[in-house]
Ligand binder design. Structure first.
Ligand code: URA
Length: 240
């Protein structure tokens, strides 16, 4: 098995985040730093992350929904000592966030030790729709501007795919996108001349933030996890 996959299975980070950690030189095999995420391992090796030996987790995986407050970073490992979203959950499992929300954004983020689910929910070809409620400046927001966002606009890293956009109150937009370009929602709003004042993610696929309080945490039921998995597979059915 590839080293990055092994780390994901041990609950260190998603497969892609594990690749970065390996390249950063934070993983060793039998005492030697390894920087190749594709290195083949069979589990008989002594594999350590930040000098701590991995104990592959057996048994049940868990998924938590968290209402991320502003000012908290959505990473499991922060080198600047900032408050992390993983600090909000007490669990025996080694949890990491699925995808990102900007530090100043709030709303729904998932934490899990299920590498397979995390991979499905964040892989570009599986990307489940995510809905954001944003407050923007420079009112009024014209119907023409909303149409531009719905149809897709050109950002510096390419054109955005069509989006669902509605204005629920003057200056409050609900935007659903299927992609995860960096700071995408903020850049889309900026592109139509309405910079974002605040941004909250209110849904990931079928899962809604609902009335979970800011800073609140809720463990998902098996049925909710299955619905998320189904949503990802519906976007991109597994081959075969
Ligand atoms: N889009 C953004 O611009 N920021 C986020 O945090 C999420 C989506």
């Amino acid at each position: 098995m590839r080293l990055a996959k092994h780390l994901a299975h041990a609950g260190i980070a998603s497969r892609r985040a594990s690749e970065v950690l390996i390249r950063e030189g934070r993983v060793s095999i039998d005492g030697k730093i390894v920087t190749d995420p594709a290195r083949d391992v069979d589990g008989s090796e002594r594999i350590a992350f930040d000098d701590e030996l991995l104990t592959p987790l057996s048994g049940k995986r868990v998924v938590y929904a968290v209402h991320k407050p502003a000012g908290v970073v959505s990473t499991a490992h922060d080198t600047h000592g900032r408050a992390k979203v993983t600090d909000l959950v007490e669990s025996d499992h080694r949890l990491y966030p699925v995808g990102r929300l900007d530090a100043d954004s709030t709303g729904l983020i998932l934490l899990t030790d299920d590498g397979d689910l995390a991979q499905k929910l964040t892989h570009p070809s599986y990307e489940v729709p995510k809905t954001y409620r944003v407050k923007v400046r420079e009112l009024p927001v014209s119907e023409g501007s909303l149409r531009r966002m719905r149809e897709g606009l050109v950002l510096e890293d390419g054109r955005t795919a069509p989006a669902n956009v509605r204005q629920t109150r003057p200056g409050i937009l609900e935007i659903t996108i299927h992609e995860g370009k960096k700071h995408q929602v903020k850049r889309m709003c900026e592109a139509i001349g309405h910079p974002v004042v605040s941004l909250t993610r209110i849904a990931i696929g079928p899962l809604r933030l609902g009335d979970l309080a800011v800073g609140g945490v809720r463990r998902l039921s098996a049925a909710e996890v299955q619905r998320l998995r189904d949503a990802a597979e519906q976007e991109h059915p597994p081959a075969g």
